[in-house]
Write a protein of this length. Structure first.
Length: 497
């Protein structure tokens, strides 16, 4: 590479952190490798399209940060904050790891003309913009100044420690597979590789991996094969009572896809995969729930689900994912793979958010607990031990199952998840509801592949319907002044819905 202040003809010839720029010395015009001034960078950005302009800014920041990291690597000192550019990276806690990651990022955005704004409707509710790298492996997202401050002042070190980046076994010569594999294996958080700012223009950006493409790369071990499991369907969800357009669709899809890790009849590998994933998710939520001295924690983040239907059975999908029962047993339907990440976690529970929560049903109160509750309600649905199923009719029009459920805590506790399970099961129908002191009985109409997910939800509903009808009938028969008789009669087996 051409050293600084030496003659050049193109940017590619210059050492990292310098560019080939005009030089006028003693009346002679020629080009030399020079560090880029802010005025030159501003002029360059003004003449390029928006996506290309931001990509050029990213490359400028990345190249200078890499210079600092290479110096830090020789002394084995961490560098999460670049003194040259003010950029931040949690991977910088181990320079060799950061160099591997940032070189990968740099390569992905190398051709700035290939970078694209992520669709006409890419802006989120917060007004954020998204820019995709030419190969689709990385995303740049604009964030607010206060979010940048939260990441820079607090989260960057916490995430680096939480994900064990300091102990990653990567060298500066390792391929990008190393940093990506380590990140996926240690956290469900989508961790930015880089965050940088231009406060004068009120610009704040993060650069992060496109999680499905990163997962595909780690799975295939081939940067040209980013979709080894085929097309992915995304669901960006939040817990109740926060608004979430994808939540109902996701739960309806989940109910039909064979993810029942708490079912004692499922394949042991599915249960093990969920136990590992669930443990990782809970640790990540716990990290985001840690309060500052001002009593502020992270809120309003999303559970980001990726659903794949691979062309082959996937028995071991890797960290962050779980295989459906159909991947292990052909009689249980097709094979699906579901992966879960946590995204958009820079928002804190500050004064304005507390005021918003007050007027919107406490939607941010105990946000971490709400996230865990949504996970539990989504993946705990099973037919309990002791439940019995009898097929009454099977035709093109109808499949009727007579279901008998043991009464007890399992059915009673369904009221905790009723709002979630209702999203997946509300359109189904039942009949012939009955109960006694030991059992709840009803007939399920055309539950299809939702039978394992929805039968407990409807067992509770059947019990409520049967009780309600019994009380109504007793009231009509007994007339006024007979409440004691009604209460005595409520303990006897009755009612058909």
């Amino acid at each position: 590479r051409v050293p600084r202040r030496k003659v050049c003809v193109a940017d590619e010839q210059c050492r990292r952190g310098t560019y080939c720029q005009p030089c006028d010395q003693n009346g002679v015009n020629y080009y030399t490798c020079q560090e880029v001034t802010q005025a030159y960078m501003h002029e360059k950005l003004q003449s390029t399209p928006p996506a290309a302009a931001i990509s050029a800014m990213l490359l400028f920041v990345t190249e200078n940060y890499l210079v600092s990291l290479e110096a830090a690597a020789s002394s084995q000192e961490g560098l999460t904050r670049d003194p040259r550019t003010g950029a931040i990276s949690p991977y910088g806690v181990k320079p060799q790891l950061a160099i591997s990651a940032l070189r990968d990022l740099e390569k992905s955005f190398a051709n700035i003309q290939e970078a694209t704004v992520a669709g006409a409707n890419s802006a989120s509710k917060s007004g954020a913009s998204f820019i995709l790298s030419g190969d689709g492996r990385f995303i740049m997202k604009s964030i607010r100044a206060e979010e940048f401050t939260v990441f820079a002042d607090r989260l960057v070190e916490q995430i680096a420690d939480h994900a064990g980046f300091e102990f990653a076994e990567c060298t500066t010569e390792d391929p990008p597979l190393c940093w990506a594999s380590h990140a996926l294996a240690h956290t469900s958080l989508v961790v930015p590789l880089l965050a940088f700012s231009n406060p004068k223009n009120n610009e704040y950006w993060t650069a992060m991996p496109a999680v499905a493409q990163m997962r595909g790369f780690v799975t295939s071990r081939n940067v040209t094969d980013l979709s080894p499991w085929g097309t992915v369907h995304y669901f960006d969800t939040k817990p109740l009572p926060a608004k979430s357009n994808a939540r109902s669709t996701f739960l309806r899809t989940l109910a039909q896809s064979g993810f029942h890790p708490k079912d004692p009849r499922t394949h042991p590998a599915q249960t093990l995969q969920w136990n590992n994933l669930n443990e990782t998710l809970r640790k990540d939520v716990e990290l985001l729930s840690v309060k500052t001295q001002e009593g502020e924690s992270q809120i309003d983040y999303s559970l980001f689900f990726e659903l794949y239907q691979p062309s082959r059975n996937v028995h071991a999908p890797g960290p962050g994912c779980i295989s459906s029962v159909g991947c292990f047993r052909q009689d249980k339907g097709v094979c699906w793979v579901l992966c879960i990440s946590i995204i958009d976690y820079f928002v804190t529970y500050g004064p304005m958010r507390k005021l918003e929560s007050l007027f919107k049903g406490g939607k941010f109160n105990g946000y971490g607990s709400k996230v865990i509750e949504m996970l539990d309600c989504s993946f705990d649905q099973v037919m309990p031990v002791g439940a019995k199923s009898e097929q009454l009719e099977r035709s093109k029009q109808n499949t009727l199952l007579r279901l008998q459920f043991p009464r007890g805590d399992f059915v009673d506790n369904q009221k905790v998840c009723a709002e979630y399970t209702d999203m997946a099961c509300h359109d189904l129908q039942i009949s012939h509801c009955d109960y006694d002191k030991n059992h709840i009985v009803y007939v399920a109409h055309n539950f299809g592949r939702r039978v394992d997910f929805c039968t407990s939800h409807w067992a509770r509903r059947a019990f409520v319907v049967a009780q309600t009808r019994e009380f109504r009938d007793l009231l009509l028969k007994s007339g006024p002044g007979t409440l004691p008789k009604m209460l005595m009669a409520a303990s006897s087996p009755r009612s058909v819905c």
